[in-house]
Write a protein that binds this ligand. Structure first.
Ligand code: 3PG
Ligand code: MG
Length: 399
């Protein structure tokens, strides 16, 4: 992995530091409902402020598509940040131009401001150079801490890095280090557990991983497609019948690469989908035409446990079943707890990320027990696909 600069490479005292964070946090009725992404970027902010930088924080929120959508203002985010920092956070109601310039110019050393939503300008998502230049006017140094936006080649994540001395923030650094330890230079055997509803949404992930990992554990709805492809009757289960050929191809690639595939051996099945509906545990070969698999069964969890005990590293993305609805969370909980236990005893490095995954691990009560949990959703998936992330590549290119 070629290197990039970090906060340690610059003297930031008295400098205006443009910090691209990802504060695209869940919000309801103008109130931040989950501050995880704010919390995770605090080490970078605190370090910069303590070193006497003037921090100009930029971020997007939602997808306003270049319109000034009032409900997508970053004011509540600035307030939530102020609460977390226990410090005054100034706010500029534009991210470029006079409104931004006057707020930035009024900052003293060790002070911070948040600029209004970058995506009020479509030039942001277009990675427009002139827009990036207007952002660059607001700072002396650019720091990117937004790993979860690194799959976007936008003005604030890509173009701007080429216009100012650039560095990765501490969160970006931690994410890249954890991910590199998981896939680029992992302790082997290396397992990937991939769950979630559909094969189609994770085709590239499965293809890439089947060539890299020693063991691919497949759960969730997508396991049904693999089982069906192997001639097993999955009844009414969610299943992408048209992807049977593709699933077989993935199995073949894996076999050729020496990657072991672990599929469910039993499932919790029901005739309808709902909380606490009548259900039973069935062997995979014993699913009836009018039943659907909503979770993996206890034998499958035991099997996953046994396999994980043979591994030194696991990358986890996606739930094993319909974990949002009881009792179909048991498979995800059981597998997650097994990974957490092995991590606690020091025999497993566990790295997880992606949309639903963090919620599933949180629900299983193991969020604190994994080695590393990424803040990224889409960027984590693209990394699992083996794609280059423009926001990371540019930091390397300019270093
Ligand atoms: C995210 O939450 O996935 C990131 O903030 C990126 O947002 P986007 O998917 O709207 O580009
Ligand atoms: Mg996204």
């Amino acid at each position: 992995m070629s290197q990039f600069k970090t906060l340690s490479d610059y003297d930031v005292a008295g400098k205006r530091v443009i910090l691209r964070a990802d504060l695209n946090v869940p919000m309801k009725d103008g109130v931040v409902t989950d501050s995880s992404r704010i919390d995770r970027t605090l080490p970078t902010i605190t370090e910069l402020l303590e070193k006497g930088a003037r921090v100009v924080l930029i971020t997007h929120w939602g997808r306003p598509n270049g319109e000034r959508v009032a409900e997508m203002t970053l004011k509540p985010v600035a307030q939530a940040l102020a609460a977390q920092l226990d410090k005054d956070v100034k706010f500029a109601d534009d991210c470029i131009g006079d409104a931004a310039i006057s707020v930035v110019n009024a900052l003293a050393d060790g002070e911070i401001c948040v600029l209004e939503n970058l995506r009020y300008y479509k030039e942001e998502t277009d990675n427009d150079v002139e827009f990036a230049k207007k952002l660059a006017l607001l700072g002396d140094i650019y720091v990117n801490d937004a790993f979860s936006c690194a799959h976007r080649a936008h003005a604030s994540t890509e173009g701007l890095a080429r216009l100012l001395p650039a560095a990765a923030g501490r969160l970006m650094q931690a994410e890249l280090e954890a991910l590199s330890n998981a896939l680029e230079a992992p302790k082997r055997p290396l397992a990937a557990l991939i769950g979630g509803a559909k094969v189609s949404s994770k085709l590239d992930v499965l293809e890439n991983l089947s060539k890299k990992v020693d063991m691919l554990i497949i759960g969730g709805g997508m396991a049904n497609t693999f089982l069906h492809a192997q001639g097993i009757n999955v009844g009414k289960s969610l299943c992408e019948h048209d992807l049977a050929e593709t699933a077989l191809k993935i199995l073949k690639t894996a076999e050729e690469a020496g990657c072991k595939i672990v599929l469910p051996v039993d499932g919790v099945v029901a005739k309808e989908f709902g909380a606490n509906v009548e259900n039973r545990t069935a062997a995979i070969a014993d699913i009836a035409d009018d039943e659907m698999m909503l979770d993996v069964g206890a034998a499958s969890v035991a099997d996953v446990k046994k396999h994980l005990a043979e591994c030194k590293t696991i990358v986890w993305n996606g739930p094993m079943g319909a974990f949002e609805i009881a009792p179909f969370d048991a498979g995800t909980n059981g597998a997650a707890q097994a990974a957490a236990e092995l991590t606690k005893t020091g025999s497993l490095v566990s790295v997880a990320g992606g949309g639903d995954t963090v919620a599933a691990l949180d629900h299983a009560g193991v969020k604190e027990d994994f080695t590393y949990i990424s803040t990224a959703g889409g960027a984590f998936l693209e990394w699992l696909e083996g794609k280059e992330l423009p926001g990371v590549e540019v930091l390397r290119a300019v270093s």
